[in-house]
Design a protein around this ligand. Structure first.
Ligand code: MN
Length: 634
């Protein structure tokens, strides 16, 4: 109980103090032997009924009363007795001169971490409303306090919004009773009010302080000792903090990742780490499922189609489920100028964006649209630090219990993107300790690529986890599945190449490099595995092995070309911007890594664009040092 002096309301300054309960005080605020101001609300033969607050009232028996009374009269009383059924009896206190002090209700708060211990008892909690979902029955307010997020069910009428004035973002005080609902705890709401003014400010300050502390990423030793990675670690830590904060604030997270081996090795561990953290923070067992979505992106940049769909889903979720708009996490994707239109689309709404990527970035174009950006090129490193390697550490910063089950993942990521990082040796050794030799890792990488192709726009959560053997329980099935997919992938590549190789055109460039061209539209199967990019890559690999010389391979369709090069100093993004100038009306765009990428153009200008492209390749310098450093992903 809190007592405040309400000043002098007695006849004159007396020595005695009489207390006046605020209207929201309950019997818990009463103390024995203490005089309270009461108001008479009824008179009966055996005494008078008095009110001390909205919910505190009782009888003063006629045997202890002197004089006559009327309804509305004030009387000073103290508690005499409380019956088993809660009925209270009061007796008058004889005071002449007194000062009145008001008593406010003691809202001592029960944090969401102590609900289990208070099942069935009325409690109070204060927090921020992070989601308001209207069900066919009650309205569910998800309230976040310093310890977690709990669903609070308020019932007005079936399907009718309770407390319609309360919105997401409000700081509220909930009075209610924690009850078990299946495996979890939910608070049945008795009262809910928005805090205003100083109360709200104090609560917000308290909540912010707690979030600040709890969002702090955990200090985990990286899986291997790697100086190049150390340069990126502070940035990565910031992303971990941003993601943890996002979870604590109850905001959904949407992950968009490149649909290839490295992209999946990046996205799956982060997804699992976030799901576990969400599970820890939220009482609602469905929260991980509702708050995280992982989706593949076919292009190596954020396509308008994906962005508008993501935005549409986000707005629908806000409408249907009262969710906040999500944070977008781009993985193995998202660092380039090609991402800008999609980002600008989202910028019309409150959707923060974080990027972890290792494609050659255009920081000037994207930086101001991003809330966080990790890319090895921003630290004088390059694509050899793959996104999968970065994100395994990111996942461990979010959930440090993840580790054991991820020890083979960086090696898979590295092999998928053909990283020649000096750390590959350590990563391979780490994987070997878990029973993954290089052949098995290579199979895993092929299998992931194959699965990504057929999954198309689906995330394939459990299937991909079973392939990666993370959060997956059946090792035998994992091995068989990986073997099966890897074998299928290789067979289908062989079939594709059997058809395509006879149509390969060869040319010796003046700079000494071999140029191979293949019309993948007319001389390869379409809409099947492997897609044009991979088909071109496989042809390229065979030619490198065969010749041992610098090789450039161009796989082209009616309006696109895929480029692979080894041993030649290409700068594809630079070539693309030159072609835009040199072939007017060519509609040239594209990019990718420096020596691996893709170009789009208009069909009618194909010959002109490809001829101009070949000329540029002919001018390029031969670089033996680069010869085995080409990343594979496009
Ligand atoms: Mn990659």
């Amino acid at each position: 109980m809190t007592r405040e002096s309400a000043g002098d309301t007695g006849t004159d300054d007396g020595d005695s103090v009489v207390y006046d309960l605020d209207s929201d005080c309950t019997a818990d605020d009463l103390e024995r032997g203490t005089p309270y101001l009461a108001e008479i609300n009824g008179i009966v033969d055996y005494g008078v009924f008095v009110d001390l607050s909205d919910s505190v009232s009782g009888l003063v028996h006629e045997s202890v009363l002197e004089g006559t009374f009327a309804v509305g009269d004030e009387l000073v009383v103290e508690l005499e007795s409380v019956r088993d059924n809660g009925d209270m009896a009061f007796e008058p206190v004889d005071v002449d001169d007194y000062t009145v002090e008001s008593v406010s209700h003691d809202y001592s708060l029960t944090g969401t971490d102590r609900l289990e211990a208070n099942l069935g008892d009325q409690i109070h909690l204060e927090g921020e409303v992070v989601q308001v979902k209207q069900t066919g029955g009650p309205t569910i307010f998800h309230v976040a306090d310093e310890d977690g997020v709990v669903p609070c069910a308020a019932f007005e009428e079936a399907g009718v919004r309770a407390y319609p004035q309360v919105e997401v973002g409000d700081v509220v005080r909930v009075t209610g009773t924690p009850e078990h609902r299946e495996e979890s705890v939910q608070v049945e709401v008795d009262g809910l009010s928005t805090l205003e003014g100083e109360d709200a400010e104090a609560a917000r300050e308290r909540l912010e302080e707690a979030i600040e502390t709890r969002s702090e990423p955990l200090d985990v030793e990286p899986l291997i000792d790697w100086p190049a990675f150390e340069k990126l670690r502070p940035n990565l830590r910031e992303v971990a903090q941003l993601l943890r904060r996002t979870v604590l604030e109850g905001r959904p997270i949407r992950i968009r990742h490149h649909a290839d081996g490295d992209g999946m090795c990046a996205a799956v561990p982060v997804q699992i780490a976030l799901e576990r953290f969400i599970g820890e923070v939220h009482e609602d067992p469905e929260a991980p499922r509702h708050l995280i979505k992982r989706l593949p992106a076919k292009a190596p940049f954020y396509e308008m189609e994906d962005a508008t769909r993501d935005l549409n889903f986000a707005l629908e979720d806000r409408e249907k489920h009262g969710q906040q708009l999500p944070l977008l996490l781009m993985l193995d994707n998202g660092s380039t100028a090609e991402d800008v239109p999609a980002y600008e689309t989202l910028a019309h709404y409150d959707i923060p964006i974080a990027v972890v990527d290792h494609h050659h970035p255009d920081p000037d174009a994207v930086e101001e649209l991003l809330d966080a950006h990790v890319n090895p090129y921003l630290h004088d490193e390059d694509y050899r630090i793959t996104t999968g390697m970065l994100c395994v550490e990111l996942a461990r910063m979010i959930d440090p219990d993840l580790g054991e089950e991820l020890r083979h993942v960086p090696a898979v990521a590295g092999l998928s993107d053909r990283s020649k990082a000096d750390a590959m040796e350590d990563y391979l050794a780490l994987a070997a300790e878990e029973g993954y030799d290089e052949d098995r890792l290579q199979d895993l990488s092929e299998a992931l690529d194959y699965a990504a192709f057929w999954l198309r726009y689906n995330s394939g959560d459990q299937l991909v986890q079973d392939l990666l053997q993370i959060d997956s329980d059946d090792e035998q099935r994992h091995r068989e599945l990986v073997d099966f997919f890897a074998d299928r992938a290789r067979e289908e590549v062989d079939e594709q190449l059997e058809a395509a190789m006879p149509h390969l055109e060869h040319e010796n460039l003046d700079n000494g490099a071999h140029l191979y061209r293949i019309d993948v539209e007319n001389f390869a199967h379409r809409f099947t595995y492997p897609a044009p990019g991979k088909t071109t890559g496989e042809i390229h690999d065979r030619k490198i092995e065969e010749t041992g010389d610098p090789v450039i391979t161009v796989g082209y369709g009616p309006d696109f070309a895929v480029l692979r090069s080894d041993g030649v100093r290409l700068d594809i993004p630079q070539m693309v911007s030159e072609l835009e100038e040199e072939v007017p009306g060519g509609g040239v765009s594209g990019g990718g890594h420096l020596v691996v990428g893709s170009i789009k153009f208009v069909k009618g200008k194909r010959e002109e664009v490809i001829d101009a492209l070949v000329e540029k390749m002919e001018d390029a310098e031969i670089d033996e040092a680069l010869s085995s450093a080409a990343p594979i992903d496009d």
